[in-house]
Ligand binder design. Sequence first.
Ligand code: BGC
Length: 372
Amino acid sequence: MRNGILGLTAAAAALSLGLTACGGGSGDTAAAPSSGASTTSAAKPGKIGVILPDSKSSARWETADRKYLEEAFKAAGVAYDIQNAQGDKTAFQTIADQMITNGATVLAIVNLDSGTGKAVLDKAKAQGVATIDYDRLTLGGGASYYVSFDNTKVGTLQGEGLVKCLTDKKVDKPIVAELNGSPTDNNATLFKAGYDGVLKPKYDSGDYKKGPDQSVPDWDNTKAGTIFEQMLTSESKIAGVLAANDGLGNAAITVLKKQNLNGKVPVTGQDATVQGLQNILAGDQCMTVYKAVKKEADAAAGLAIALAKGEKPTVSGTTKDTQTSQDVPSVLLDPQSITFDTVKDVVADGYVTKDELCTGDFAAKCTEAGIQ
Ligand code: BGC
């Protein structure tokens, strides 16, 4: 029997069902029982395991994803375990093994690369555990569902944002450097396809000059600094930096600051982190991409909860796995470009608070940017 739910709204609605409360949560935090729920008639839902990738490549995983997933699972009263592999591929596998041994019936992963992600998904499937690729598609992995943003669009927004900033600065034939995400992250490939779709025609027409173009292994911010330092040494006239996320952008800004070039050379980003938004307020970063992680977490949690209850949820979209040519049932959300004038939207959405953003010297900038 297919017990279908339709699309994102319905997936989110599944959250509010909260039929059972069998405790759970990671560590010592027991999940709060859902109010007024009856536990007698419904089957006990299985445990949901989530593996986050690290806490250094972006602040989002611990400050946003964990928080919103936890809230969704608690609201539904399901048992869950959220762990972070801290960039360690061996630990990633061990965590998955432990989750399955401890009775997880649903596993959602943010892979560290497709190879190790696939190994985990294969093992899970062999044990009858339902699988979700969360944020990053595992190429060849065959997960039952994929929940993310339209990542090509993320890249398009970055490319367009950089073009706008270079146009505003009236830079003639700017040399653009590209600081790409991890070569092992399918999202990084999609981001690049998006921004190169905007930049390549400009390189081809001679409006822009293509500068250094390099990927940053594991999105490592320290390596990004070293790479960008070398870029600037080899090409001192870099006039714009397409950095694939706020962490890489900040690494470039730190190097630019040493040469008093910050603010003169526009830098892009992604994730609307506090640091990225502050760099925008300071005028050092041109834009970021806000991905409403709450929606992503709610969609993934909605699917996970339905799967844990033995249902087979249906979603409206699919994504082609470029390795297998298979269509993976998907929920893909819409990203939003953020500049100085729209930083306030991220605050209004509750993603960051005014208190954490508008500290010290940023208070005056916040007022200027209309942040309430
Ligand atoms: C995510 C980005 C994040 C990056 C580094 C990507 O897969 O989509 O939001 O900045 O990984 O963690």
